[in-house]
Design a protein around this ligand. Structure first.
Ligand code: ARG
Length: 576
């Protein structure tokens, strides 16, 4: 339940407006002395043929007395201002959160609906770079957010496991492959021989022909080539799996592009039947001129299939397999044209569900200070990023522990640096709207006072420590009707309002596929909590009843921080 809905309920009759419209109109006055919510009467002036100030006054007379959660209403100018019964409001919001626990903000509004979320999608035998990391962080969060809202979510990893480069890899492996190195660090080894192949092919162009032949053999199902390809795939997946484990990411399905190869002839047939296929310089394309898009190439001049045709087949397969209500592709913005073309072709081919496919794009990742060491030219690998972030976090933890005279053992410090370090990376990806480019800088990411994961995590740990201290002293959270236990301070009100807004923020993040809305909400809540903590003594409050009531609020805030972080893909730590 939220107060906006309550207020809308009170005003619906007198205004004749739809409750949803009233909800949207409600404003939060800039200064809480002007009320907790304000209803602007200006939009009603025309239909009611009255001045807004007169409407506000008239509405005020129509608000019934004795509404439990309302203290009073005041008409000022064209606004009707609502003053909540603060203690009742704070208690209600905190209690709602505490009752819900880890399901705070959850709902079943998605029940019976299926969402496919494709994310991560690295290329096998190639490094898992930060672009894939961005997709992984976003996709994981979108998965958790939708699951929280009761959707059935299918997580797909659309592995790049197909293409002419595998001919090159097979050729390179037979010439220069080092078995032991492949076992020890598969992707590094595959990358090494791949680079070597390109160097050698510059001297000896015949190698390219050999690679093409080998790729053909692979496509035709030659057992030896298939076996090698499969080995490269398995080893790569194993290596990716280590990163996924660290991030607590899993997939329901990792069919790669190769899986859809055999389905392409049927897709091509359908396009041909519908008269959509045109020959152009030997290749087959679907023209999209009417939509102002370049033609989508479906078959290359040598008859080979390409990326787009595999995506057409994959979308159709997903629909048949899962009957999704929404099909999301969490892939970088540079591929936006590709997805526009794929969706347009599906539409033209008569698949009405094409409109439920959506490209969830994101910006570039930049490293301005470039302090990061990379193993492979100019791509930054997620592995390196996590490693360095963890090491940088460890330094800070060591320093903090020394300053605070904490005697933490190494295991604890290791665990903390791993979790905080990973949290810091994920947070950085999900801090701003996804279209914005991301700038990685250690100083910003690990600033314990900034907009960062360490800041929010630290706040959570602090809240938990207050609860632990209370518990150790036998003081547990509890409400009381005693007047001294009323929570009505501005700081308490601010926290209660953030609790109130939390479920709505989860919903909005899902709708817009923008987890940053939650990142902001959680961070703002942490900020408010720290302000509260600095202004009021929680365990040292004036009466035992007040201590217990405040502990209830601390409990509610801490659990909503934990849930919010979880929905972002970050796991909270109990102490730090
Ligand atoms: N593997 C591709 C890459 O690394 C991303 C795949 C995107 N997904 C898709 N359905 N095309 O660029």
């Amino acid at each position: 339940m939220d107060v906006r809905t309550d207020i809308a309920g009170l005003l619906a009759g007198p205004t004749g407006l739809d409750p949803a419209a009233i909800r949207d109109l409600l404003e939060t006055p800039p200064d809480s002395r002007m009320g907790d919510y304000a209803f602007p009467c200006f939009p009603l002036a025309k239909t009611m043929r009255k001045a807004p100030s007169a409407i506000a006054a008239a509405l005020q007379d129509l608000i019934p007395a004795g509404v439990s959660w309302l203290d009073r209403t005041v008409a000022v100018g064209g606004y009707l201002n609502f003053y909540l019964d603060r203690p009742a409001f704070v208690r209600r919001q905190a209690e709602e959160a505490r009752q819900a626990g880890d399901r705070f903000g959850a709902s079943d509004e998605g029940r019976g609906r299926t969402i496919v979320v494709e994310f991560s999608s690295p290329n096998i035998a190639k490094p898992f770079h930060v672009g894939h990391a961005f997709s992984t962080a976003l996709g994981q969060s979108l998965y958790r957010i939708h699951a929280h809202l009761g959707y059935h979510v299918v997580r797909m990893n659309h592995l790049g496991d197909y293409g002419t480069q595998f001919g090159k890899l097979i050729s390179a492996y037979r010439r220069w492959g080092d078995e032991a190195a492949l076992e020890a660090a598969p992707i590094a080894e595959l990358l090494r021989i791949y680079v070597r192949f390109h160097e050698a092919a510059r001297e000896d162009p015949a190698l390219e022909d050999e690679a093409r032949t080998l790729f053909r053999r692979l496509e035709d199902g030659a057992p030896e080539e298939i076996a090698l390809w499969k080995r490269f795939r398995d080893l790569s997946l194993k290596e990716f799996g280590r990163v996924y484990d660290r991030l607590d990411v899993a997939f329901d399905n990792d069919n790669g592009e190769s899986f859809y190869g055999p389905m392409i002839p049927a897709v091509v047939e359908r396009l041909r039947e519908r008269g959509l296929l045109e020959e152009s310089e030997g290749a087959f394309v679907v023209r999209l001129d009417d939509l102002g898009l370049p033609p989508c190439i479906v078959l290359k001049s040598d008859g080979a299939t390409i990326y787009a045709s595999r995506d057409l087949a994959a979308a159709i397969w997903r629909k048949e397999q899962y009957d999704f209500d929404r099909n999301l592709y969490v892939v970088g913005n540079p591929q936006s044209l590709h997805f526009q073309q794929v969706f347009a072709v599906l539409e033209k081919a008569g698949y009405a569900w094409a409109s439920t496919c959506r490209h969830v794009g994101f910006g570039l990742v930049r490293f301005p200070d470039r302090k990061l060491s990379t193993r492979s030219g100019d791509v930054v690998l997620l592995d390196d990023l996590l490693q360095e972030c963890r090491a940088a976090t460890r330094e800070i933890i060591d320093r903090n522990a020394a300053e605070r005279g904490m005697n933490w053992d190494n295991d604890l410090k290791d665990d903390l640096s791993e979790r905080i370090g990973i949290g810091a990376v994920i947070y950085t990806f999900l801090k701003n709207s996804r279209d914005r480019d991301i700038v990685f800088s250690w100083d910003d990411m690990l600033d314990f006072d900034g907009e960062t994961a360490p800041y929010v995590l630290y706040t959570y740990a602090r809240a938990r420590s207050i609860l632990r201290k209370g518990e150790a002293a036998g003081v547990l959270p509890a409400w009381s009707d005693h007047p001294s236990a009323a929570l009505a301070a501005d700081d308490e009100m601010a926290l209660a309002r953030m609790l109130e807004g939390f479920p709505d923020m989860v919903r909005r993040a899902a709708e817009s596929c923008e987890p940053y809305l939650l990142t902001r909400h959680v961070t703002a809540m942490a900020r408010s909590f720290n302000k509260y903590y600095n202004n009021e003594s929680i365990l040292g409050a004036a009466s035992p009843e007040l201590v217990r009531a405040r502990l209830c609020l601390v409990d509610a805030v801490s659990l909503s921080l934990r849930v919010g972080l979880h929905l972002l893909g970050i796991s909270a730590v109990e102490r730090m």
